[in-house]
Design a protein around this ligand. Structure first.
Ligand code: FAD
Length: 453
């Protein structure tokens, strides 16, 4: 008998319910990845994520070869390709991870229909991408949790499953594969210069290093921009190179306040996924509409994108995004608040730019974090505005983060780097750095007026 393990956002061999499910149900397994036309048409394959994905697929193939197998790659419409491979190999079952976006839910429906027409079975593994499956905990009487703290309480009570071991042996039937893809072939454009390497091996190396020590200081340092002391595991979680359940299992085993804070943060990932699972439309539509009539100021949005707003902390974070395809969470909060509230530009404009560049760019996490910051999402303080100067004092008090990312300001010592407009005229003129594009107080007033608060 033959089963197909269809890899999607779970590009790994350790703790893989999909691969394990397929192996347990058949003598031979086709580990299949489809470069899906639909994902490409949706504009989701960007140079950064394509480069990372290429590394993930090469590494997955390498790992599968260690177990005696290999990765089978096809491109085209995912449903058609899966059916084709099933036909070619006589596979009776297809195993896939349950996923939450509208796109993924639609793919699952189409797969189910097409496979059942051919008398084949679709097996969906709901706990493959999250720690707690979306919808597994619900508040009494309501469809899903809309506030994080009560969700987290229930989430914590569920307990995390034991990670599954990597397979001992994978036997693959005779079936054609396309060559492993090159990023340049399916997402033209240059990736960010400091992009991390994709793949399960790298994910496991980083996770080991993180869990062996730095995690202990997470509670103290996670908001310190210059310390850069978060796990940086987000791209590996997005592509499923390491499972969230395994990370949480091991963090809980280590214990301590750092590990507790880390687990809570990973729970946010599950929280957003259960919201999106319930209402996929909130990837675009406001979750809690506030009657916003957003400004469409293309020049200001462009200055924001390019990191030349004249507010050094905002600009530093936007430049980190361009350089690394990643931004520190505190930076994401500050830059998103600046765009959606201080400039009062539609959060979708910012979310699109983030998705274009983030290597961890993820529909659930990106869109719902943006909504959270814009005050249209699950935040219990929708009117809160982050002032970049106050944020600078708290999270980059010496200006080290700004000097790292804004070379024009590298010669300015200490905290004054956050207010270049206060520097003596002669010094100010020497810096090739823009004036602020907005008065912060005016921005706050405009936003409050618009929201009636
Ligand atoms: P750590 O601090 O080490 O946290 C560990 C893991 O927990 C992360 O890898 C991530 O998977 C999860 N996590 C942490 N914070 C959050 C959060 N607020 N929401 C959901 N999951 C979280 N995260 C993405 O993975 N993809 C995105 O596209 C994305 N877009 C964002 C957009 C905005 C406007 C904001 C404010 C946040 C966004 N985040 C996104 C959440 C968060 O900023 C990143 O997950 C985090 O910065 C990744 O770095 P890390 O792996 O070092 O995180």
């Amino acid at each position: 008998t033959v089963a197909i393990a269809l890899f999607t956002a779970d590009l790994r061999t350790h703790d893989s319910p999909v691969l394990r499910g397929a192996l347990d149900s058949a003598d031979q397994v086709v580990p299949l990845f489809v470069l899906d036309d639909g994902v490409r048409a949706a504009g989701f394959v960007t140079p950064n994520r394509a480069a990372f994905l290429t590394g993930c697929l090469a590494d997955l193939d390498r790992a599968l070869r260690e177990y005696g197998g290999r990765l089978v790659v096809r491109s085209g419409d995912v449903v058609r390709e899966v059916c084709r491979v099933a036909e070619e190999t006589g596979a009776g079952q297809v195993h896939v991870a349950g996923d939450v976006s509208g796109f993924a839910q639609n793919r699952e429906e189409r797969l189910r229909t097409a496979l059942s027409a051919a008398r084949r079975e679709l097996r969906v593994h709901e706990a493959a991408l999250t720690v707690v499956p979306p919808g597994a905990v619900t508040p009494g009487g309501k469809e899903h949790f809309a506030v994080f703290t009560p969700y987290f309480r229930r989430w914590s009570a569920v307990g995390v499953r034991r990670p599954l071991a990597a397979p001992a042996k994978v036997s693959v039937p005779d079936v054609d594969s396309e060559p492993l893809p090159e990023a340049s072939g399916f997402a033209p454009g240059r990736p960010s210069p400091e992009l991390p390497a994709g793949g399960e091996s790298e994910a496991r190396r980083r996770a080991e290093a993180w869990l062996a020590g730095p995690i202990d200081r997470y509670a103290d340092l996670h908001d310190d921009l210059a310390a850069d002391a978060t796990s940086r595991l987000s791209p590996y979680l997005h592509f499923g190179c390491v499972s969230a359940a395994e990370l949480v299992h091991r963090a809980v085993g280590r214990g301590g306040t750092g590990a507790e804070a880390f687990v809570r943060q990973v729970a946010w990932r599950d929280f957003h996924r259960q919201m999106l699972a319930d209402r996929p439309v909130i990837a675009r539509a406001d979750y809690r509409p506030r009657g916003d009539r957003w400004r469409a100021d293309d020049a200001e949005a462009a200055a924001w994108r390019e990191g030349r707003t004249g507010y050094p902390l905002v600009d530093a974070a936007m430049r980190q995004l361009a350089e690394q395809g990643w931004m520190h969470n505190r930076g994401r909060l500050i830059t998103a608040s600046f765009l959606a509230k201080t400039l009062y530009v539609d959060w979708r404009v910012g979310a699109r730019h983030f998705l274009d560049l983030l290597v961890d760019g993820d529909v659930a996490n990106n869109q719902l974090n943006w909504q959270w910051v814009a005050g249209t999402g699950a935040s219990t303080r929708p009117g809160q505005i982050l002032n970049p100067l106050v944020q600078a004092r708290r999270f980059d008090p010496h200006g080290d983060y700004v000097r790292r990312w804004v070379p024009e300001l590298r010669e300015v010592d200490g905290a004054p780097v956050h207010r270049p407009w206060l520097l003596p005229d002669a010094e100010r003129r020497r810096l090739d750095y823009p004036e602020p594009i907005v008065d912060l107080d005016e921005g706050v007033k405009r936003f409050r007026r618009a929201r009636g608060i």
